[in-house]
Design a protein around this ligand. Sequence first.
Ligand code: C2E
Ligand code: MG
Ligand code: MG
Ligand code: MG
Length: 286
Amino acid sequence: AAKGVGNNMFRCYDSYMDENAHRRFVMENGMRRALENGDFLLYYQPKVNLVTGEITAMEALVRWDHAELGIIAPSDFIPLAEETGLIIPLGEWVLRQACAQNKWWQDQGHFRLRVAVNLSGYQLQQAEFLEVVRRALADTGLDPQYLELEITETVVMQNPDFTVRLLDQLCEMGIHISIDDFGTGYSSLSHLKRFSVNTLKMDKSFVKGVAENGPDAAIATAIISMGRSLNLSVIAEGVETEGQLEFLKKTECDEVQGFLFSKPIPPEEVLRFMKGRGAHDKGRAE
Ligand code: C2E
Ligand code: MG
Ligand code: MG
Ligand code: MG
């Protein structure tokens, strides 16, 4: 597009390179530098058992701590990370950081819970993916039973034969597997029963309307009962209100996660959250 020379060239270039392409260029380079400089962070959001009221796991959710823009949410950079391939080193960093943080919490005597890591489909497709997971566990010393991997339903169903084998191997390692955003993809039940998974994580779009006794309530009820028939635990994400919680208890959903209990918080706040959980918090899930 740049066909002029000298000063003219720049003007020409600018007008042809649209804002979007420029933004992507800046973002991609920014992400590369952020990886090198350690500007990514993990926030953690607890998962709560609805029967005992206990915290069962902490989900790691990545953030970009940008010098000028502040904290950037994953929806603003994960898609570009996937397009550019940066999701591979970023995803490995997330996995290792989450394992290391969890091992630290355990070694310091704070708590012994699973840490849940979100995976991109691109990570699963890597030939050395299992090796990456094994290395993260071995290098950090985290026992595999304290690692959970969240894989979205869409990714799981993309190539079912491939996923069946991969999930079998992860399961054999003793890792907990959850199908994230469940209900938004196109699960074929015949495939679902072949997967070695432990948990269905019901998408928050259904949780939103459960208290209104409409279609969301019907879908949520169906997912919870299907989970029970398949011997899978069911967790509801995005629980924000007491009304939603009431419904989920009544329909015997196993676990919940959402702003009602805690937003995703940095590691220092996780310690405060866990210490501050008294009889009151425990009591309300019973
Ligand atoms: P997700 O794994 O389904 O995570 C749930 C999202 O819902 C999180 O957004 C969380 O902050 C938000 N959330 C939690 N409770 C509530 C609630 O009560 N109400 C509402 N409205 N929202 C709630 P977040 O942290 O912005 O992450 C968005 C998505 O980005 C995640 O969806 C996940 O797909 C992806 N993501 C986050 N971290 C990673 C990562 O390390 N690797 C990969 N590949 N993807 C990630
Ligand atoms: Mg998730
Ligand atoms: Mg989810
Ligand atoms: Mg989601």
